[in-house]
Design a protein around this ligand. Sequence first.
Ligand SMILES: NC(=O)C1=CN([C@@H]2O[C@H](COP(=O)(O)OP(=O)(O)OC[C@H]3O[C@@H](n4cnc5c(N)ncnc54)[C@H](O)[C@@H]3O)[C@@H](O)[C@H]2O)C=CC1
Ligand SMILES: O=C(O)CCC(=O)C(=O)O
Length: 410
Amino acid sequence: MLSQVERAREFVDVPDDVYPQLRTPERTLKVSLPVRRDDGSVEVFEGYRCQYDSARGPYKGGIRYHPAVSMDEVTALAGWMTWKSAVVDLPFGGAKGGVVCDPAELSEGELRRLTRAYTDGVRRVIGPDTDIPAPDVNTDPQTMAWLMDTYSRYEDHAVPEVVTGKPLEIGGTEGRVEATGRGITIVTERTFDYLDTNLDGASVAIQGFGNVGSVAARLLDERGADVVAISDVSGGVHDPDGLDVQALLDHVDTAGYVEGFETVAAGADAVTNEQLLTEDVDVLVPAAIEDVITEEIARDLSADVVVEAANGPTTAAGDEVLRQRDVPVVPDILANAGGVVVSHLEWVQNTQQYSWSREEVNRDLRQRLTRGFEDLLDVYESRDVPDLRTAAYVVALDRVAAAHEVRGPL
Ligand SMILES: NC(=O)C1=CN([C@@H]2O[C@H](COP(=O)(O)OP(=O)(O)OC[C@H]3O[C@@H](n4cnc5c(N)ncnc54)[C@H](O)[C@@H]3O)[C@@H](O)[C@H]2O)C=CC1
Ligand SMILES: O=C(O)CCC(=O)C(=O)O
């Protein structure tokens, strides 16, 4: 994350006394979370909330449950939230939270108690005007409902606007579950327009079949693209004639994982995650975890365009190789901003105690992502920056630095 900021700096006029503030998080809270397991024992989990920057507004960002969560990871993810909110011009700063755990090994009751313990741990630093969490890897609307409930108990009244990505019953918005995957589809369409190519019949490979990857697969398929390869943590499947995305969704619904689909779908073969990332396709959509496009993968990558749905899927070395090879990469901080855009709409609806239709939400999402894409292209074409990622960072750094400056000297 910092190397991406550094690369963009030479193209932006960030004052010397502001720049060090953009390189360091404002604060990071580490919490110990005692949770009663179903067998009666107590296990203490480790959790974090990193609040990176609040110059433009309240901190905003998801919560991740994953064994690889660490303070470094949440810090990078919180930084990316800061640049992401700025690139699509939302009145938010950036934050991210996480708990070191393997959700596959926890029952629903254990996950609920873990979420309540996490909320107890961070409740003094979150709030509707200070820091508003949301879902990320392995967390979902139910997790957000438990968080909202725990926070509200301390306040003695319902506080829906403390969190976004909630179920509709407690103030969630239409369109949030689909927002990030829908955003990927919108941004991919805009990229194809820009490159003057046709998305109809274009071949797509998607790594990750969770919230973001599965919605992107379905909507890109509906939009006329051929989704030829999909994977998750269990492995992947490939069909050169296009996978039946709905059949794969049904398979994952019953089997739990993508693995095994090749045994029930005619024409589909099993592929590894590494093979998927180097498939000869028109678009590669990494939609799982960080650091999967390494230097080696970048050298072997055959896609014409990469649209980054995951946060930080490309390592710094991988990025350099793609830049040298002139492979266009639509950066995460724009490509996956659909989630936070609709989270903002949810928060606005909650604070106004009003709700909008799915059509209104989706229209706003499309407009904001399109504007973000235009702002990025404007910089790319006018300031002689080397790639789309650097252009996105120039837009973001400009806005965050301007907010620091106008708030006045220290
Ligand atoms: N949920 C959201 O609204 C947003 C999510 N993102 C990012 O999108 C990415 C995916 O997030 P979600 O879909 O929400 O998570 P999820 O938990 O719903 O799905 C994650 C998917 O990645 C797969 N996966 C995990 N480890 C893998 C590995 N080593 N190799 C291959 N596949 C692997 C899982 O099997 C699953 O299919 C993350 O980077 C997240 O930060 C970004 C913006 C918003
Ligand atoms: O919806 C949000 O507030 C943030 C989602 C998120 O964590 C992300 O964009 O990485």
